[in-house]
Design a protein around this ligand. Structure first.
Ligand code: ZN
Length: 80
């Protein structure tokens, strides 16, 4: 993410006191070598009798500040 909201929220005293973290998911773009981090929304099965797994819902924009969720991490830079 371009912002630091997720880190701030997860390291806040309220979250630390309750042993809770907001989940994130990472997406690796094999063409560019860049990793993008997204805040993950919790999902549950609509019909628990179906065996199909739940889909992951990732926020394209930060739910805390509204900035577009794109990481500045570049794996090609880290390797060299
Ligand atoms: Zn943010």
């Amino acid at each position: 993410m371009k912002c630091n909201c997720l880190t701030k929220v997860n390291s806040s005293p309220e979250m630390l006191a309750t042993n809770t973290e907001v989940q994130s998911v990472f997406e690796l773009n094999f063409k560019t070598g860049k990793v993008e981090e997204y805040t993950r929304l919790a999902t549950i099965k609509a019909d628990v009798k179906q065996r199909q797994k739940c889909k992951i819902v990732a926020c394209a924009y930060c739910p805390f500040c509204g900035k577009k969720a794109q990481s500045n991490i570049d794996l090609n830079e880290e390797r060299s």
